[in-house]
Design a protein around this ligand. Structure first.
Ligand code: NI
Ligand code: MN
Length: 227
């Protein structure tokens, strides 16, 4: 069994038993995080995009741990200038690493990089496969028809889906995403970090579990579940 830990917002750790993989480690300044960035160690970081609430503590954690950061080509190029070990990929690309296999999926979102003027980096989402299980972290995105294609081509065990609205899809669009993706388990994310993205995850759970065959696990920040 692998362990999925939620740090709040869109930040997760997947501990496969052999490797620790962080996704979008926004810890410092994350009002939901119950750990400090210094306490986290990992082998790899999957980074969906450069907004501050996603790139977060990527650079200091990656430098300290010597972790490999997987990101789109443009963002990887920026990380290169920051002395961070990185692997550039792009949308549609698949690659097997020692910590698992990664496929980049489209995210309809913005490409600014926190603290860097005039840079635009393509945002993405990830399908992360390890020990025969596939976890999806779509990054920040709207509902898109691509979810239908992804659902037909991949068996998704766990889909981490934004429900916060305003910057990403909200609960109604996330429900439609679940219908297309058909994941076994959904974990809502990117909500309640700030008042602007306040949502009721239990109401979302009810709508998904009454309208689809997927289950929803509402994971509290700081909590872990077995996946
Ligand atoms: Ni964003
Ligand atoms: Mn965000």
């Amino acid at each position: 069994m692998a362990r999925l830990t939620y740090y709040g917002h869109a930040a997760f750790m997947v501990d496969t038993g052999k490797h620790r993989v962080l996704i979008d480690p926004f810890i410092s300044g994350n009002p939901q995080a119950k750990v400090s960035a210094d306490e986290l160690s990992c082998d790899a970081i999957l980074l969906t995009h450069g907004h501050g609430d996603h790139i977060g503590d990527t650079i200091p954690i990656a430098r300290r741990c010597g972790a490999l950061v997987v990101a789109t080509y443009e963002l990887a190029g920026y990380l290169d200038t920051q002395d961070v070990k990185n692997h550039p990929m792009h949308i549609g690309g698949y690659r097997e690493f020692d910590f698992g296999a990664v496929k980049l999926i489209p995210a309809f979102h913005g490409g600014a990089v926190e603290g860097v003027e005039g840079v635009c980096c393509t945002p993405c989402g990830f399908l992360f496969t390890f020990d025969g299980k596939t976890l999806m972290h779509p990054g920040d995105t709207s509902l898109t028809i691509e979810f239908d294609l992804i659902g037909r081509m991949h068996e998704i065990d766990v889909a981490l889906l934004p429900i916060g609205d305003n910057f990403t899809m909200g609960p109604e669009d996330a429900l439609e995403a679940v219908r297309m993706l058909k994941p076994k388990l959904v974990v809502p994310m990117h909500f309640n970090t700030w008042e602007l993205i306040a949502q009721d995850p239990e109401a979302f759970k009810k709508s998904v579990e009454s309208g689809t065959t997927s289950k929803v696990a509402v994971v509290q920040p700081g909590e872990s579940i077995e996946i």
